[in-house]
Design a protein around this ligand. Structure first.
Ligand SMILES: Cc1ncc(COP(=O)(O)O)c(C=O)c1O
Length: 397
């Protein structure tokens, strides 16, 4: 029996999407065609754009730019804004001075690496520190924000620990200096309600496969009037903001899941209960375990544990044999023996980061599965610790 506890890496495709796929696939025309072949795919795009705009509280469907996912949306904003400020003809003298960028030290690599990319091209970039509880350093942020800041990018929720960031407050602070604000909301979409107008951000990134849809589809919210250069040059699709014939299948599926957002609040409450029950049992039944950022506001489904004396990668493999899928950190860095940069940036030691396990629950996770997982984890941790102790003994012989 297989049990999936890795919903921050990706989510299973929901029944509604699976049912919609065959019809969507039959709309094979090019949405840019003016003849009959373009009508059905064009309608799919229009309906999906409206549905996702409503789902995330955008002001208008025209503020949605469909992308291949979260990574592309993040790269588009950061590189696209840098390029725009370098090359656009009609900039104010004040805009031309904006060469400073900021992001948190615990962003997904799609933000960190895009920032490093523009840094190499001449941008000044500051990485805002976070503390051990996963809280962002607002004093550092305030001190470094200036009239030269072009863009601040801070994630809505961290993919490894689930910590939530004060986006509304940080966006307001950026706006006071005339800077634009982007949030990578990939981990928020589908886990907790997200309302962009309430948050007051200028840009936000989303990914379908983190919300029970198929891979290769996502979108960028770009508030009306927020300009950037297109990352992908090509045809005039997406109002010249993203070249390339649209992925009508993926976009249609985004429209399907967007219509399920009404369920999020209720699911979030159930998930928080299940996650809290799981953490309470683990903490009381397995000694020397801590929950990273356990006291900080977090996504309701995520738990990042440090299990003293048990290597994360070995726990993962032992649990996998028992049918439980978990993670040691970001899925994209699995197979990488280096400890998670996010956990290190929070101030965990290398050993603590190496002994970390990420458990992320989903809409279909049951209490029976969670209880079964705890029993499996107890066995795995006890075995690893006894092996370590025995190895330790032999060293002293
Ligand atoms: C916070 C965050 N941003 C961006 C991404 C990348 O999204 P995608 O896989 O759609 O490119 C991920 C995926 O793990 C993520 O967790």
């Amino acid at each position: 029996m297989f049990h999936y506890f890795d919903h921050n890496a990706t989510t299973p495709v929901c029944k509604e999407v699976l049912e919609a796929l065959p019809e969507l696939a039959k709309a094979w025309g090019n949405p840019s065609s003016i003849h009959w072949g373009g009508r059905q795919p064009k309608n799919i795009l229009r309906d999906a754009r409206k549905a996702v705009a409503e789902a995330v509280g955008a002001g208008s469907p025209l503020e949605i730019v469909f992308t291949s996912g979260g990574s592309e949306a993040n790269n588009t904003v950061i590189k696209g804004l840098f390029d725009y400020y370098q090359t656009a003809q009609f900039l104010t003298p004040e805009q031309r001075l904006r060469t400073h960028y900021m992001c948190s030290a615990v962003e997904h690599p799609a933000v960190i690496k895009a920032m490093e990319h523009i840094q190499a091209l001449g941008a000044r970039v500051d990485f805002i520190p976070v503390n051990r509880r996963g809280e962002i350093d607002l004093d550092f942020y305030q001190a470094h924000l200036s009239e030269e800041t072009a863009l601040v990018s801070v994630m809505f929720a961290n993919n490894e620990t689930g910590t939530l960031f004060p986006i509304k407050q940080m966006a307001e602070m950026a706006h006071k200096k005339g800077a634009l604000f982007h949030t990578d909301a990939v981990q928020g979409f589908g886990k907790v309600p997200v309302n962009l107008q309430d948050l007051g951000v200028d840009f936000a990134s989303f990914s379908g496969h983190k919300f029970y849809s198929i891979k290769g589809s996502g979108f960028l919210y770009s508030r009306k009037g927020s300009n950037f250069s297109s990352l992908i040059n090509g045809g005039g699709q997406e109002r010249h903001r993203r070249g390339g014939t649209e992925n009508t299948l993926g976009i249609g599926c985004l429209g399907v899941v967007a219509k399920r957002v009404g369920l999020i609040a209720e699911k979030a409450e159930a998930l928080a209960k299940l996650r809290d029950h799981m953490e309470a049992r683990i903490l009381s039944e397995i000694p020397d375990v801590t929950v990273t950022a356990g006291e900080t506001p977090r996504l309701p489904n995520t738990s990042s544990l440090v299990v003293k004396g048990a290597d994360g990668e070995t726990m993962l493999m032992s649990l996998d044999i028992k049918g439980y899928a978990v993670s040691t950190g970001a899925a994209c860095s699995s197979g990488n023996p280096e400890p998670s940069p996010v956990l290190l940036a929070m101030g965990l030691s290398r050993e603590e980061a190496q002994n970390s396990l990420r458990i992320s629950l989903g809409w279909e996770t049951t209490a029976e599965e969670v209880n079964g997982f705890i029993e499996a984890l107890k066995v795995v941790v006890a075995r690893l610790r006894s092996l370590n102790n025995n190895e330790g003994d032999s060293c002293h012989v």
